[in-house]
Design a protein around this ligand. Structure first.
Ligand code: 13P
Length: 252
């Protein structure tokens, strides 16, 4: 059975003092929650060390928001999976739509980053999703198919035993326009069926998160859909009460 997973993606927000306050509040509220659900925060690189210190020994996991596809070398400004291992990251987000749109990450580069994470034993959270224009022109499934195919081609279907997929419709990210539970469920079913066509047991156990304007007041109805296994949370993960409420919504 799949357990729910809620991951905060802080994006480029925070500072030492705010992070500590945010995490202390979250830990105080959910560390003793008796639940099979899992929780994590993906934070900017410079804070990995202090976040590790704060969260070590708690039930909350941590990770990064990006990594290099290369293991080492002359890649100024990049961070390797081995470096993330030095901070005991459990997760790393790959192929977030902001990376794809603003930093030119192609499906192939995303697939290489996914592989790099897995080589280091870090669980990649592979983001897929369509833009508004793509949805309106009826190519949502085609786009997601292509995004997944690049990863399947490079890493193989078996790799999904050690990965999480996040469906994040680009039009729902940071816009306050959440996909309806049924809209999200439909795409999650498409993704699960695609994986199942090559490995049915792998698909059954695969966690597929929804991301895009998940808030305290809509998390519950999203998480009750049968193929939505939790959420990847942007803005609401920066407000302790909101993130805690979303974690609680995943806990029943
Ligand atoms: P928001 O929750 O702010 O819409 O962001 C979603 C997201 O991009 C998470 O990765």
């Amino acid at each position: 059975m799949r357990n729910k997973l809620v991951v905060g993606n802080w994006k480029m927000h925070g500072n030492m003092a705010e992070n500590k306050q945010l995490l202390d509040s979250i830990v105080a509220a959910i560390n003793d929650l008796h639940t099979k659900a899992q929780f994590a925060v993906c934070v900017p690189y410079p804070y990995l060390s202090s976040v590790q210190t704060t969260l070590r020994g708690t039930s909350i996991h941590w990770g990064a928001q990006n990594l290099s596809q290369f293991d080492k070398g002359a890649y100024t400004g990049e961070v390797s999976s081995g470096m993330l291992n030095d901070f005991a990251c459990d997760y790393v987000i790959v192929g977030h739509s902001e990376r794809r749109a603003l930093y030119g990450e192609t499906n192939e580069i995303v697939a290489e980053k996914y592989m790099a994470a897995q080589r280091a034993g870090i669980t990649p959270i592979l983001c897929v999703g369509e833009t508004l224009e793509q949805r309106e022109s009826g190519v949502t499934e085609k786009i997601i198919d292509e995004q997944l195919n690049a990863v399947i081609k490079l890493a193989g279907i078996e790799s999904f035993t050690k990965a999480v997929i996040a469906y994040e419709p680009v039009w729902a990210i940071g816009t306050g326009k959440t996909a309806s539970p049924q809209q999200a469920q439909d795409v999650h079913v498409f993704i699960r069926k695609k994986i199942a066509s090559q490995g049915s047991d792998i698909a059954k156990d695969l966690s597929i998160l929804y991301g895009g304007s998940v808030k305290a007041n809509n998390a519950k109805e999203l998480f009750t859909m049968p193929d939505i296994d939790g959420g990847l949370i942007g803005g609401a993960s920066l407000v302790a009460d909101d993130f805690v409420a979303i974690c609680r919504a995943a806990s029943h």
